[in-house]
Design a protein around this ligand. Structure first.
Ligand SMILES: NC(=O)c1ccc[n+]([C@@H]2O[C@H](COP(=O)([O-])OP(=O)(O)OC[C@H]3O[C@@H](n4cnc5c(N)ncnc54)[C@H](OP(=O)(O)O)[C@@H]3O)[C@@H](O)[C@H]2O)c1
Length: 342
């Protein structure tokens, strides 16, 4: 019997495989798998490289060949039970003669769940929950989208020290520093939608693409989404050929997220402006906030967030800081604060 220490080591390896840099983000979760022989030695390993490619278990089984007979499979996610673009992994593990499956996270996808039951019914020994927290963190927005039936929403905004997002005359370039904008491109690259209100497009004409050099080359530009009812000038940069763009002709955040969820999107990077951000906050649909605070004062100007309907301190929206970092140095320094709802 393989001891717990060896299983944990294999699971850590499986998690590292799943997190291989450059694995395309897409509708699928990141998954890693390690196959162990009965004496605890590693036989094979695999990870999922993106939609349409073999699942982690299938990749490891292919590498193992006949050696999979009697093996223990250590997987970061419950083996799937459904036939998508590839066959069900639970069945593949059974057919390969795997005797024991240890997985970290139960599959929250209602379409794919049930793998553990299938394995047990075929006499495979199944254990779950080893390093589950780490596995959930690896696919945090995918897990969220599966569990809540909508994308995870990160609201990002740049603000002066006195809470202004633009000057009194409407000019806002630039509140954030060069380093903060580069950092924003990195965060944009981790999302699959960038969302703004129609007025930000009308006033700022942003291109809304991931441009700056990233550590890992970007596989796909996120979808650009513009929310609001008015018609926009088709010559705006957001409608150029650099990425796909959709206009969500609604003012209802629930309807907008529902539309994006139906398009298979899991992580919305809400980039404003203040009116749209307020609508999402009021609807309770902001899951994370990333703000860049510039060492700059305007005194007057546009508030970083629109009216939330709060008139007394007892009703303030409380947030919890999860991270504080300085981005850039010297005059280029901004403070990045990451928060979630208290
Ligand atoms: N500092 C920053 O991080 C940052 C980021 C973005 C923008 N900005 C600045 O913000 C300014 C634009 O701000 P903004 O607040 O006017 O722009 P916005 O939030 O981008 O757009 C507001 C428009 O969105 C539409 N909309 C969609 N859903 C809505 C809802 N639930 N409630 C209300 N309106 C909804 C409405 O237009 P329809 O009539 O089309 O429905 C509304 O007029 C610019 O000066 C820009 O520079 C700053």
């Amino acid at each position: 019997m393989i001891d717990n220490q060896a299983l944990e080591k294999a699971m850590r390896r499986a998690l590292a495989l799943a997190a291989t840099p450059g694995v395309p983000l897409g509708p699928n979760p990141r998954v890693g798998c390690v196959l162990l022989a009965p004496d605890g030695s590693e036989i094979a390993e695999g990870f999922h490289r993106g939609a349409g490619t073999p699942h982690a278990e299938a990749a490891a089984l292919a590498e193992a060949g006949d050696a999979a007979q009697g093996a223990t499979a250590v997987v970061t996610l419950e083996p799937c039970n459904h036939t998508g673009r590839t066959g069900p992994c639970a069945q593949a593990l059974i057919e390969a003669g795997v005797e024991r499956v240890v997985f970290a996270q139960p599959d929250p996808n209602p379409l794919a769940a049930g793998g553990a039951q299938t394995l047990k019914a075929a006499g495979v020994q199944v254990e779950m929950g080893l390093l589950e927290r780490e596995a959930r963190a690896l696919n945090r927005t995918w897990t969220f989208a599966m569990e809540h039936g909508r994308p995870f929403v990160t609201w990002k905004f740049a603000t002066t020290l006195d809470g202004r997002s633009a000057a009194a005359d409407g000019t806002s370039r630039w509140v954030s520093s060069v380093a903060a904008r580069r950092d924003t491109h990195r965060l944009r690259g981790e999302c699959d939608v960038m969302l703004v209100g129609t007025n930000t497009v009308a006033v700022d004409d942003p291109q809304l693409t991931v441009r700056d050099e990233l550590d890992v080359p970007l596989q796909h530009q996120p979808l650009r989404a513009v929310m609001g009812l008015r018609d926009l000038d088709p010559a705006k940069r957001v409608f150029d050929a650099a990425a796909e763009t959709v206009q969500l002709r609604t003012q209802d955040p629930v309807a907008a997220l529902d539309d994006l969820h139906r398009r298979g999107r899991q992580h919305v990077f809400l980039e404003g402006g203040p009116t749209l951000a307020a609508a999402f906050l009021e609807a309770g649909l902001v899951d994370e906030i990333v703000t860049y605070v510039a060492p700059m004062l305007l005194g007057a100007g546009k508030n970083a967030v629109g009216d939330l309907g709060i008139t007394t301190i007892a009703d303030a929206l409380h947030l919890q800081i999860t991270d504080v970092a300085t981005v850039g140095t010297g005059p280029d320094a901004n403070v990045r604060i990451t928060l979630r709802r208290a």
